[in-house]
Design a protein around this ligand. Structure first.
Ligand SMILES: Cc1ncc(COP(=O)(O)O)c(C=O)c1O
Length: 357
């Protein structure tokens, strides 16, 4: 039997013709490849990745039981975003969002008593907290644009900004780059347990636009970003808060696991807004509970307030994200964004109703 008479299946995998001909890396191959060859080839390539079970870096859950794997495998063929075709998957998503809304104090419409029939839009499953942070912030940016139209002092040059800790996870910086939003950083201090405080946030919001200095002196000023001319008259009278579309508060930072002082930030932001009734300033807080959202409510329920970041206690908290695939015991990738009520998204998107993102 010559080599030519042996079927490809009988040959050792890396002795098959496809490997002597070469496997193209940059173009679609001329000839098909046996499925088991493709499987082994890609499996061996992926072996060069890190080992998930040894990855403690992003806190992602690395083990699920066989039932979870089975369920995931059985549903691989579904295009999850197609709610028309896969309404039952959408109901499962809505029930998860509802449970999280219950946990964090979402204000459901009185007519909405059951996730299966609810008309209000309360949040979304995502591929992780990065997407969830972005969806929350996009909603707030949109609302800022709508509300800012009512600010009598506004300039057509105004741009939206967010306030955030220098300890914010990289997805916040990505959001700013992708969606053309400026970042105003605050440095958490050791004496505040590495969390940013209400006083720090309010001081920043109260700063006249012309006097804002970024922490990193190489970063642009607000004046640079908005391209206000030097003689723009309101640089000293308008304050930074008028340009802020959202404030980020982290519950469980990626670096040291500390939390921003969410309730303190909430009351200081509220007082900043209350002090300016004529400007229609209404700054929302987005809580990044990627890591802490499934820990704090459960580790110590006897604590004075194990949920210092919920919608009930925080007047200005409009959205919360959590990573189901971190401490929610779910296979990657899954995160969630939860809204305070059904008005955060649907009132200001230029469409009559949005019921998915
Ligand atoms: C505080 C915080 N926010 C956001 C993220 C991003 O989460 P994901 O990896 O689920 O996209 C992380 C991940 O470590 C995080 O710790």
């Amino acid at each position: 039997m010559t080599h030519k008479n042996i079927s490809q299946q009988q040959l050792p995998l890396y002795g098959r013709a496809v490997f002597t001909e070469g496997v193209p890396k940059t173009s679609i191959p001329e000839n098909p490849m046996e499925p088991d060859t493709a499987y082994q080839l890609i499996k061996d390539e992926l072996a060069l990745d890190g080992t998930p079970a040894l990855n403690f870096a992003t806190f992602v859950n690395t083990w699920v039981n066989d039932w979870a794997k089975r369920l995931a495998t059985e549903n691989l063929g579904k295009n999850f975003i197609d709610h028309e075709e896969y309404p039952q998957s959408n109901l499962v998503e809505k029930r998860i969002i509802w449970m999280l809304g219950e946990l964090y104090g979402t204000q459901f419409e009185s007519a909405d008593t059951d996730p299966d029939t609810a008309k209000g839009y309360y949040g979304s499953a995502t591929v992780g907290s990065s997407e969830a942070v972005m969806l929350g912030l996009i909603a707030h940016r949109k609302n800022w644009q709508t509300k800012n139209k009512k600010n009598p002092n506004r300039s057509p040059l105004d741009k939206p900004f967010i306030v955030l800790s220098t300890h914010a996870q990289t997805c916040w910086d990505k959001y700013c780059k992708y969606f053309d939003v400026g970042a105003l950083y605050i440095e958490p201090k050791e004496e505040n347990n590495y969390g940013i405080t209400g006083e720090q946030v309010k001081a920043l919001l109260n700063t006249p636009i012309g006097e804002y200095h970024p922490i990193n002196e190489n970063d642009p000023t607000i004046q640079d970003i908005c391209e206000y001319p030097d003689d723009y008259p309101s640089l000293q009278t308008r304050t930074v808060g008028e340009l802020v579309s959202a404030i980020g508060a982290i519950v469980g930072t990626t670096y040291v696991g500390s939390s921003d002082h969410v309730q303190d930030i909430d009351s200081h932001v509220d007082s900043y807004c209350q002090e300016r009734p004529s400007l229609n300033v209404d700054i929302p807080i987005h809580v990044d509970a990627a890591s802490g959202g499934f820990i704090l409510p459960f580790v110590n329920p006897q604590m004075n307030n194990p949920l210092p970041f919920n919608f009930k206690d925080g007047k200005r908290i409009q959205s919360i994200n959590v990573s189901n695939h971190k401490f929610g015991m779910t296979i990657p990738g899954m995160g969630s964004v939860i809204f305070r009520n059904a008005n955060v998204v649907q009132n200001n998107w230029g469409q009559s109703k949005i019921n998915n993102l």
